[in-house]
Design a protein around this ligand. Structure first.
Ligand SMILES: Cc1cc2nc3c(=O)[nH]c(=O)nc-3n(C[C@H](O)[C@H](O)[C@H](O)COP(=O)(O)OP(=O)(O)OC[C@H]3O[C@@H](n4cnc5c(N)ncnc54)[C@H](O)[C@@H]3O)c2cc1C
Length: 470
């Protein structure tokens, strides 16, 4: 066995030679709970993550040497962060942990990996995908100006580098990340000049009964909102027509309030995103069936309650299987691992499964209410002008997309891609795909579910070209 815990022929070392190779992609709450459960059953899963340290998005750790107290980084979530961060060291040799390893492709039952040492492959018998989510990006005037970040990126700067995105920061969003990032920026001593929610206040009131399914989580959200207001940064709801202004970089943000009055504030950075979207390109490449989810208006892996997919050896868990939040991700990771064990014919405690299923059902009701509280802000796209860029990798404008949709009869996303180059660049449509589908549907007067989605293509994230053309 070599220093990385691999056998001579490059296969991961199991506890005994007959054990199946189980790969878990993602060391966030979902993946961590999955490997913990698998290791407790005597298996030795391979845990792969492109990040240098475990934790995923919510419990992202700063680089070694730049550590700060958990309370400063994770606030109310500090106890959970501590527990999850301690898991990998505690599991030690009972898992094969591979940090700084990107899974850039899946072919059959083989993962293509890019590691710090170069390129490798890993053959698996079973695969758990716990790949999380990224910000949902929608174009608005000025969104490509230097100084505009996503809310997630604004938060990563704070967690990983201990830095704010600017000196006078405006934050805009449509989802629970907005009050959280506002709170984190204020707590870090940053100047937040505006906090704007593009969804209506009434939607939140209407969603309250459903949000009561998880009273502790609801209380946390209300606490952040109250703390923000006390610190002088009340979140303004029902905002429309946002526009970033500046020559070469951000100098101000302009918006209309719910009554149609225009406001302008000077700022040097804007954090803006509109909910989350599941990272499910790997599931797509693995041949897992995807389905359209109407509440979040995105394509997600088809799965049952346990995380089983249409492909019997592939399981999904966490935000990559549909946006559910960090607590649901932990439960789903454990649940998928139990399903996997059951499918291998290993004994599984039925009472534990029933408890998990009941908690997951409550989480699902809470999440459905949360999506109703922050409905998709279609009004932003309806107002976006033809000269705005939608695909920044390929420089495709909204106008080109709209004229291709109607003038060249591009009725679905992959035809639109072939004719306009949308989604053909470095991000492979991860950033622009959802906005493009909405714009295409609107241009053709169709339901967004009917225009399909950009098919997943390797590499799922940029890698050196020599490997891609091998
Ligand atoms: C930027 C951002 C910030 C967020 N901040 C918060 C927050 O503060 N509070 C909150 O409640 N929720 C937050 N969320 C939502 C949050 O991501 C989750 O609810 C929670 O982290 C989901 O856990 P997970 O295990 O499903 O995924 P994640 O925690 O996202 O973990 C997924 C892991 O998979 C890895 N991965 C993905 N693709 C690959 C690949 N191809 N190869 C190798 N590794 C891969 C990633 O590096 C990541 O570590 C945030 C989301 C985003 C996108």
């Amino acid at each position: 066995m070599n220093a990385h815990g691999h056998s001579e022929h490059g296969l991961p070392a199991g506890r005994n030679g007959d054990d199946p190779v189980i790969a878990v992609v993602g060391a966030g709450p979902a993946g961590l709970r999955a490997v913990e459960t698998l290791a407790a059953a005597g298996l030795r899963p391979v845990l792969i993550d492109e990040a240098a340290r475990p934790g995923g998005q919510i419990y992202r750790q700063p680089p070694p040497g730049a550590e700060r107290p958990a309370e400063a980084l994770y606030g109310l979530e500090a106890p959970k962060a501590r527990v999850l961060h301690a898991l990998v060291p505690a599991l030690g040799e009972s898992i094969d942990y591979r940090p700084e390893t990107l899974v850039w492709n899946i072919g059959g039952d083989r993962l293509d990996l890019k590691t710090a040492r170069g390129f490798e492959t890993l053959d698996f018998d079973r695969l758990v995908l716990a790949t999380g989510a990224m910000d949902r990006v929608l174009p608005f005037p000025g969104w490509t100006l230097p100084g505009v970040f996503t809310l997630g990126a604004a938060q990563i700067a704070l967690k990983a580098q201990g830095a704010a995105i600017g000196r006078r920061v405006a934050l805009v969003g449509a989802g629970p990340l907005l009050p959280l990032v506002v709170h984190q920026y204020l707590k870090a001593g940053a100047t937040v000049v505006a906090a704007l929610d593009v969804t209506p206040f009434g939607a939140k009131v209407a969603a309250l009964p459903g949000l009561m399914n998880e009273p502790a989580t609801l209380a946390k959200g209300l606490w952040y909102t109250a703390r923000n207001a006390l610190a002088g940064r009340r979140i303004v709801s029902g905002v429309r027509a946002i526009r970033v202004e500046g020559e070469g970089r951000v100098t101000s943000l302009v918006w209309q309030d719910a009554k149609g009055r225009e406001h302008r504030v000077a700022c040097d950075a804007v954090g803006a995103s509109f909910g989350l979207r599941s990272e499910c390109q790997l599931a797509d490449l693995a041949g897992v069936k995807l389905r359209f989810e109407p509440t979040t208006r995105q394509w997600i892996p088809e799965r049952d309650q346990s995380g089983r997919t249409s492909r019997p050896d592939v399981y999904v868990a966490g935000d990559g299987a549909g946006i559910g939040g960090a607590d649901a991700a932990e439960l789903q990771g454990e649940r998928a691992a139990l399903a996997l064990l059951q499918d291998l014919g290993r004994p599984v405690d039925a009472a534990r499964v029933a408890r998990l299923d009941a908690r997951l059902a409550r989480q699902a009701r809470f999440r459905a209410a949360l999506e109703r509280a922050y409905p998709f802000p279609a009004h932003l796209l309806a107002a976006v002008s033809d000269d705005e860029i939608v695909c920044r990798c390929e420089g495709v404008t909204v106008g080109l997309l709209r004229s291709t949709a109607t003038g060249r009869d591009a009725h679905e996303m992959n035809r639109l891609k072939a004719l306009s180059r949308i989604g053909m660049g470095r991000c492979q449509g991860r950033v622009c795909g959802q906005a493009a589908a909405e714009l295409l549907a609107a241009a053709r007067g169709a339901e967004v579910a009917t225009v399909g989605r950009l098919r997943g293509n390797p590499p799922v994230k940029p890698i050196p070209i020599r490997e891609a053309i091998r």
